[in-house]
Design a protein around this ligand. Structure first.
Ligand code: NAP
Length: 287
């Protein structure tokens, strides 16, 4: 039996349609559009693609996007000053600073400068802390997208064994917190974990975020498991592939996200969702 595909492309388009409608209603109510400020420092080509995609997505759902391009040579103080200005700007509801930053800048200081209520990437320690104690907050986009995909696929998470491969601050740890809040029994494995295959084989839900193409083969997968593949690996043949060997596991898993077209499209969609949530919260507070 072949696994059901969980399409992030399909879910993204449903959510973006809803966001467009809600944004228009809220814009009429508050007399302004949700505004997202996107800061890029330097000219990393991959970052330029991501930044342009985010700006385009904003405009498609009726948000305002404000682009700021600082040269590679900009100082950290200049960047912090820009963030300070955006924190105070009433037309800006979300601020994101495209990572990675040039080496002479301290990422953590920059993230900490963004006002938590405008931190639509969910990277600020205030939002990370709120997430870990299960309080309402802006949740990092990729992990939020993973859980939305599981809900869309009608996967019952309560009491299920969920194994997360990878413990990064942007994917592994926050997705583990979210899955705990969904009442799954969560295990996080990483590069120092022993018996990784055996642990993964216990998983009803396997979430893979390690950055190693085709790492997860059928030896890691229990019959009927649901797999969320977060990996984005650009291969020598120019194609993008996930961290899961799709062809190897497709007959064992019950459902799986494809790469591309799975978690990837959800990340920008959740950024739009976070911007809308920030807009509503900020404008409600002003009213
Ligand atoms: P990361 O910061 O490099 O973290 C990778 C994690 O995987 C680390 O915790 C590492 O363990 C673990 N790991 C590495 N090799 C391993 C091994 N052999 N066995 C077990 N664990 C291992 O990566 P990330 O930022 O979380 O990203 C992971 C993947 O997701 C990448 O392909 C990235 O491109 C993709 N991604 C996709 C999106 C999206 O929008 N779809 C968003 C973000 C990231 P240690 O901690 O022990 O080193």
């Amino acid at each position: 039996m072949s696994a059901t595909l969980i399409s992030g492309k399909e879910l993204s388009s449903i959510i973006r349609e809803r966001i467009t409608k809600e944004a228009a209603e809220l814009a009429a109510k508050y007399g302004k559009q949700p505004g997202l400020a996107v800061i890029q420092v330097g000219e990393n080509p991959a970052s330029t693609i991501y930044v342009n995609n985010k700006k385009k997505a904003c405009e498609q759902v009726g948000f305002k996007s404000f682009g700021y391009a600082l040269p590679e040579s900009a100082s950290e103080a200049e960047l912090l000053e820009l963030i300070d200005t955006l924190n105070k700007d009433p037309n800006v509801h979300g601020i994101l600073c495209q990572l990675p930053l040039p080496k002479h800048m301290d990422e953590f200081s920059v993230i900490c400068k963004i006002a938590p209520e405008k931190d639509v990437d969910g990277f600020h320690p205030v939002n990370k802390g709120l997430l870990s104690i299960g309080k309402d907050c802006l949740v990092s986009c990729t992990p939020k997208g993973c859980v939305e995909l599981l809900k869309y696929a009608n996967v019952d998470m309560t009491g299920k064994n969920c194994v997360v491969i990878g413990r990064s601050n942007i994917v592994g740890k926050p997705v583990a917190s979210l899955m705990l809040h969904e009442n799954a029994t969560v295990t996080v494995v990483h590069s120092k974990t022993k018996n990784i295959k055996e642990i993964c084989k216990q998983a009803d839900i396997l979430i893979v975020a390690i950055g190693k193409q085709g790492f997860v083969t059928k030896d890691y997968v229990k019959e009927g498991a649901v797999i969320i593949d977060v990996g984005i690996n650009r291969c020598e043949d120019g194609k993008v592939r996930g961290d899961v060997d799709f062809d190897d596991v497709v007959d064992i898993a019950s459902a799986i996200t494809p790469v591309p077209g799975g978690v990837g499209p959800m990340t920008i969609t959740m950024l739009l969702q976070n911007t809308l949530e920030a807009f509503e919260r900020i404008e409600k507070g002003r009213a």
